[in-house]
Design a protein around this ligand. Structure first.
Ligand SMILES: Nc1ncnc2c1ncn2[C@@H]1O[C@H](COP(=O)(O)OP(=O)(O)OP(=O)(O)O)[C@@H](O)[C@H]1O
Ligand SMILES: [Mg+2]
Length: 439
């Protein structure tokens, strides 16, 4: 791609900017979200941004008919929001003494944001790179059209899952939520912008579409800590795939897209019943609709690790049908791949155990020899906590090249993921990779 933006890209950008401008004309209400202490030094910026956006500690999910900043009246909160609010109230009370209340600042109007680029389009959402005009800060804004979410369950995806979980969790490897807006037709989540893009796009930049072993190990280690953090809070993620793992400016991962999470799941193999996820990454117990628990996420990590090392998911079915794919997931052997080191392969085998009760979890992984292998200057296994630390002992193996706003990176395309259905073929599954079966 040359210096100038192509005509098509420019026209697309102008159309999106106009679309966004039209959206901001709707009546909308800023919603407050909770932010917590920042465990890594380079994220203290997040607290500053939170103050700028006027984020307070109490979560308030306002509906359109509230005045800006006003809490939704009791009994009128969207389904599930009250429960979430109660849980959070208890947590907030516990934290009240440790953290000083962030000063309440006026929330910027939605019209204070300008679209710079479309970062991704999925089944329910469009994610924009936006700049806040008054501060020149850059964010990612996820806009979900709730008119199209026909069922209550689908609406719950936004109201009950994505927003409350992002509020509840503050972890260096999980994307930060900065604020939000809601209108009758749309929900807007303002998140920290991860300029490295998602791991699927990064994989495509590498020769052979796969990562060197040390790089795959580094991302796997950071993902283990992110999943551990969710599981410790009884949250299962259920949509682990490279498209949902972003890279920050330094090359650390940030897990995003919490639309399929389930709260209150403490066990490895039960606690959740729904059938959802992205076909290539579904665990055998999910495919069997036999109930699932935390182990379903460790399966997803196994698939992702195989994909990071080889460029392809291990189970794809023989005949291009979704039934063939599901049979392969339940019965197929992990394909032999000469390029994978035996220690890495042992890790994959542990993660891709068909029986969730026998599958590796984070304690197996923390002690696994693969993480004791050379990762200069220190093997990860010697001190996992240093991965989270400020001392930066573990430098990311790859630092993203950041291009200017108006110039899409070489070969870069707006990611489009569509919701797949049970009749999706393997080809479609591979091309679209979108979530299926919203409960
Ligand atoms: N904070 C961010 N910074 C940079 N890029 C992002 C960010 N959030 C999302 N993206 C890009 O947008 C894509 C889609 O985002 P996300 O996964 O949140 O939405 P989705 O898959 O459309 O959501 P849903 O599954 O809820 O419909 C990601 O794969 C990534 O490429
Ligand atoms: Mg996604």
């Amino acid at each position: 791609m040359g210096d100038a933006m192509s005509k098509n890209d420019r026209e697309t950008l102008i159309a999106e900017q106009q679309r966004f401008k039209d959206l901001t004309q709707e009546t909308h209400t800023p919603v407050q979200v909770v932010t917590k202490a920042d465990p890594r030094a380079n994220r203290s910026r997040k607290n500053l941004i939170a103050a700028t956006l006027g984020i307070a500690k109490r979560p308030t999910w306002c509906q359109e008919d509230c005045a800006p900043g006003e809490e939704a009246p009791a009994g009128e909160a969207p389904s599930g929001a009250e429960d979430a609010a109660e849980e959070e109230e208890a947590e907030d009370a516990a934290e009240e003494e440790e953290e000083p209340e962030a000063p309440a600042k006026e929330k910027p109007p939605l019209s204070d944001f300008t679209v710079k680029k479309v970062l991704g389009k999925g089944a329910f959402a469009t994610v924009y790179k936006v700049t806040q005009n008054s501060t020149s800060e850059t964010y990612a804004m996820k806009v979900m059209d709730i008119r199209d979410l026909k069922t209550k369950g689908a609406l719950a995806r936004v109201i009950d899952r994505e927003k409350p979980v992002l509020e509840q969790v503050d972890h260096p490897f999980i994307v930060g939520l900065m604020g939000g807006y809601v209108s009758k037709n749309r929900v807007y989540l303002v998140m920290e912008y991860c300029p490295g893009g998602d791991l699927k796009s990064v994989l495509n930049l590498f020769r052979l579409g796969s990562f060197p072993e040390a790089q795959a190990r580094f991302y796997t280690a950071e993902l283990i800590l992110a999943l551990e953090c969710l599981h410790q809070r009884g949250i299962i993620y259920r949509d682990l795939k490279p498209e949902n793992v972003l890279l920050d400016v330094e090359g650390h991962i940030r897990l995003t897209d919490f639309g399929l999470v389930k709260k209150g799941v403490e066990n490895p193999d039960f606690g959740a019943e729904s059938f959802l996820g992205t076909p290539l990454y579904l665990s055998p117990e999910m495919v069997a609709k036999a109930g699932h628990g935390q182990a379903t996420d460790w399966w997803g990590l196994g698939i992702m690790l195989f994909e990071m090392l080889t460029g392809d998911a291990p189970f794809q079915g023989q005949d291009g049908t979704i039934e063939g794919l599901f049979t392969d997931i339940q019965e197929g052997d992990i394909p032999l791949h000469r390029g994978i080191h035996p220690n890495a392969m042992a890790c994959i085998r542990g993660l891709l155990q068909k029986d969730p009760a026998k599958r590796f979890n984070s304690s197996h992984l923390r002690d696994h020899i693969w993480f004791a292998s050379n990762t200069p200057p220190l093997a990860i296994s010697e001190d996992w906590d240093k991965l989270l630390g400020k001392d930066k002992i573990f430098q990311p193996p790859y630092v993203p090249t950041i291009k200017s706003d108006e110039e899409p990176a070489e070969g870069e395309e707006t990611r489009e993921t569509e919701g797949s259905t049970e009749t999706t073929t393997k080809k479609e599954v591979k091309e679209k990779g979108g979530p299926c079966g919203i409960m």
